[in-house]
Design a protein. Structure first.
Length: 332
């Protein structure tokens, strides 16, 4: 026996579709008008106490006041940011979960992880970049070098013996070290840690020879004479360390920066996306926020979601090429 459905004219179908679209738009508008009606969680792909955490706290304080709801930071570090992004992928697309992440999670993980619990290309919606910073190459007491040229010569004279630390495989410091190897033909040995602070502490102790890290993390050690800053990795002198020469002065074409941005669950209603975006951009334009960012050696940045998405695509291509060039193995 077959089921019989009432016949509808094409005009009736179009009318129904139009009314459904209007209803959906009305629901989204209502959601945006009452949003946020509860706390927003900001999931961090980094551990507490480092430069990204400080930036996230600065932003969350400002946005909490402007939106009238707390922005609560939730830490889900390690695994190259996979745990943080997985939390967002499993969250409802309602604007109540924002992820604060950098290159490791957003543009590197797809090329060093054999299996991810989410689709890195379709499960997320780019909101805005929030800041960018050049890194600094620092050496510990184990290396008796005073310039970048001396360091390159020392590494080449001791292939496989000079060690550099990082926050883990695929971390910005890891890729920065591999870029130096690739452009100089040097052979430094990578020593991965579970976080940047542990790696940096071992450079200070002399257990590891050097690290390419954020100026905010290293500045106190540099000022105290426990680390020596040889070069900045940006395109122009770093405001946080204006007397440190550019690495590209010694190694042409070397340029690598650290950046951080915000992503949402794909499918978040457009009116809510616009409201969140406006709140974070307003925070980034606030002179007090900009001053606090600059104290961390970070230049505040803001983009449209489309601009951030285009930036992510370019970064993925760049990082994929570097990972292949350095022959970084895939992880389970």
């Amino acid at each position: 026996m077959s089921l019989q459905f009432p016949k509808r004219s094409w005009n009736q179908v179009l009318a129904f579709a139009a009314s459904f679209a209007v209803a959906c738009t009305a629901v989204q508008a209502q959601d945006a008008s009452t949003y946020p009606s509860k706390p927003i969680r900001m999931v961090m792909s980094q551990p507490p106490g480092n430069a990204p955490d400080i930036l996230a706290r600065i932003l969350s304080d400002h946005v909490s006041k402007s939106l009238g709801q707390p922005v609560i930071i939730e830490y889900k570090p390690s695994a190259g940011g996979v745990i943080a992004l997985d939390a967002a992928a499993k969250a409802a697309p309602d604007g109540y979960t924002v992820v604060f992440a950098g290159p490791s999670a957003l543009t590197v993980a797809p090329y060093i992880k054999k299996k991810l619990p989410y689709d890195p290309f379709t499960d997320f919606l780019a909101l805005t970049i929030v800041g960018q910073s050049a890194n600094v190459l620092v050496v510990g007491p184990s290396l008796k070098v005073d310039t970048m040229a001396q360091l390159v010569q020392h590494i080449k004279s001791n292939p496989g013996k000079v060690q550099y630390g990082s926050a883990g495989i695929g971390s910005p410091a890891h890729l920065a070290g591999e870029l130096l190897n690739a452009l100089t033909g040097a052979q430094m040995l990578h020593i991965p840690y579970k976080g940047a602070p542990q790696a940096l502490n071992d450079v200070v102790a002399g257990t590891v020879d050097l690290m390419i890290t954020s100026p905010a993390s290293a500045k106190a050690f540099i000022s105290g004479g426990r680390l020596k800053a040889l070069a900045s990795t940006g395109q122009r002198p770093d405001p946080a360390l204006p007397d440190v020469p550019l690495l590209s002065d010694t190694v042409p074409q070397y340029e690598i920066t650290q950046w951080w941005g915000l992503v949402l669950r794909a499918g978040t209603p457009e009116p809510i996306v616009r409201k969140l975006h406006a709140a974070f951009v307003a925070a980034l334009k606030d002179p007090r926020v900009q001053s606090q960012f600059q104290l961390q050696g970070v230049v505040p940045r803001m983009t449209t979601p489309a601009e951030f998405e285009a930036f992510l695509k370019l970064e993925r291509v760049r990082h994929q090429d570097l990972i292949k060039r350095a022959n970084i193995p895939m992880e389970d």
